[in-house]
Each structure stands twice: as structure tokens, then as C-alpha cells.
Design a protein around this ligand. Structure first.
Ligand code: ATP
Length: 216
């Protein structure tokens, strides 16, 4: 078993014949916190969708956990979870949202896990668990969506602009939540952010993109 989780080689992604991402070689070690920075349209979200297996690149090879992605079982793909800039909540209470993935997986002690995850993102469980999805601010909804993913102890957590609509105090909580989930579950994180100082603080390594290429 190698300590490399993702190994991307000669990746290109094109939309309507236009290349928007071109990576000769890109690796992510297991348990790393990787930051992705760069201007709007530089290819960060495209790379995130590829890492989440939501999109296949136009060309190139992806090895995940020593396996070619064409041969990956669904169960392994499910261990990779992407939180996008517009988090999607189920039309349920906060508790229902955070519990949903746990229920699907037949987890035990769901109530405790929901509480623990809400605490991680700084939402007081007793006050937030009964709230409906429409009774939340944008920043609270984003944190509920993150808590729902943290609860699943994912192997990989891909966070696209996780602090975009959060105040300073909440961004610090997301920093701590990222570090804690790595510590507790060995989760590998890839985080896109335009807040360079925050990203630099939370990441082991930052890769900066410019027009679909890595800048060195
Ligand atoms: N589904 C799509 N169809 C066509 N073009 C796309 C598609 N998705 C992204 N693009 C284009 O690919 C390029 C890279 O976009 P991407 O969203 O990856 O950039 P980004 O670095 O995440 O930007 P931002 O910081 O604004 O989120 C852009 O020029 C964008 O217009």
C-alpha cells in the first residue's frame, strides 16, 4: 500500500473543444490537507469534480488508492464526498439532514454522531437539531451540509469554497473541523478557497492554478 491517495497523470479536461484543465502530474498523499487557489475560471472546481468522480477527464489517467478509477467499486467511490458552493439540504430538520447518510448506512448511535458533527461546525445541537431547512441563514445551511458530511467520517472530503458565506468566527471553526476530522478519521481533504490566508493556515500544501495549469 502506497501513501499516495490520488495520482493523476496527463489529465486534460475540455468543454466544447476548449481545454480548461491541463495537469501533467498531480498527486495527493493520504491524510493530507491540500489547498487549491487561483483566479476565477482557473480550473479549480473542474478538478474538484474530477476528484469526486462526478466527471471523467477528456484524457489522462487517475489512480485512486492504488486502483485505476475504471475499476473502482461503488463503495470506494462513495467514500469521496464533495461539498459545493451551493450546499443542498434535504427538506427536513437539521437533525434529519445530518442523520440522513448515517441512517442509509445503518449506523448506530446516530443521535450522538449528529450532535458531535454539529458541535464540530459550531452549531449548538439543542437549538439547531429541531430547526427546519428553511429556518437557516446561508452560512448556517453551509455548516449543516458540512456537518452531514463530517458525520460519515469520509475517506476524502472535497470542500469547494467552504467559508464563502461565513463570518470570521465560523471560518475558524471550519479550520478546526477540517483538522479534527483528519486527526480523528485520517480523512484527506482538498479545499478550494479565495481566502488565501485562511487556506494557507489550514493546508499542508497549496497548489495555485492559472488558466487551467498549475503554477510553480
Ligand atoms: N460545464 C461546463 N461547460 C462549459 N464550460 C465550463 C463548464 N464548467 C466550467 N467551465 C469553464 O471551465 C473553466 C474553469 O472553470 P472552473 O469552474 O473549474 O474554475 P474555478 O477555478 O473553479 O473558478 P471559480 O473560482 O470562479 O469557482 C472556466 O472557463 C469555465 O467557464
Amino acid at each position: 500500500m502506497s501513501d499516495i491517495l490520488y495520482k493523476l497523470s496527463n489529465i486534460t479536461q475540455s468543454y466544447s473543444g476548449k481545454i480548461v484543465l491541463e495537469l501533467d502530474s498531480f498527486t495527493i498523499p493520504k491524510g493530507a490537507i491540500i489547498g487549491l487557489a487561483g483566479h476565477n475560471g482557473s480550473g479549480k472546481s473542474t478538478l474538484m469534480r474530477i476528484l469526486a468522480f462526478l466527471e471523467s477527464p477528456s484524457s489522462g489517467e487517475i489512480i485512486f488508492d492504488d486502483k485505476k478509477i475504471e475499476t473502482l467499486e461503488t463503495s470506494l467511490r462513495r467514500e469521496v464526498t464533495l461539498l459545493t458552493q451551493e450546499p443542498y439540504l434535504l427538506k427536513r430538520t437539521v437533525a434529519g439532514n445530518v442523520a440522513y447518510g448515517l441512517e442509509l448506512r445503518g449506523a448506530k448511535n446516530i443521535d450522538n454522531k449528529v450532535r458531535e458533527s454539529l458541535n464540530l461546525v459550531g452549531l449548538e445541537p439543542d437549538s439547531f437539531m429541531p430547526r427546519q431547512w428553511f429556518e437557516l441563514s446561508g452560512g448556517e445551511a453551509q455548516r449543516v451540509a458540512l456537518a452531514a458530511r463530517l458525520a460519515l467520517n469520509p475517506k476524502v472530503l472535497l470542500l469547494d469554497e467552504p467559508t464563502a458565506s461565513l463570518d470570521r468566527e465560523s471560518t475558524l471553526l471550519i479550520h478546526d473541523a477540517a483538522v479534527k476530522v483528519r486527526e480523528k478519521c485520517g480523512t484527506t481533504l482538498v479545499i478550494v478557497s479565495h481566502d488565501y490566508l485562511w487556506l494557507d493556515d489550514v493546508s499542508d500544501t497549496i497548489f495555485t492554478f492559472a488558466q487551467g495549469h498549475l503554477e510553480y
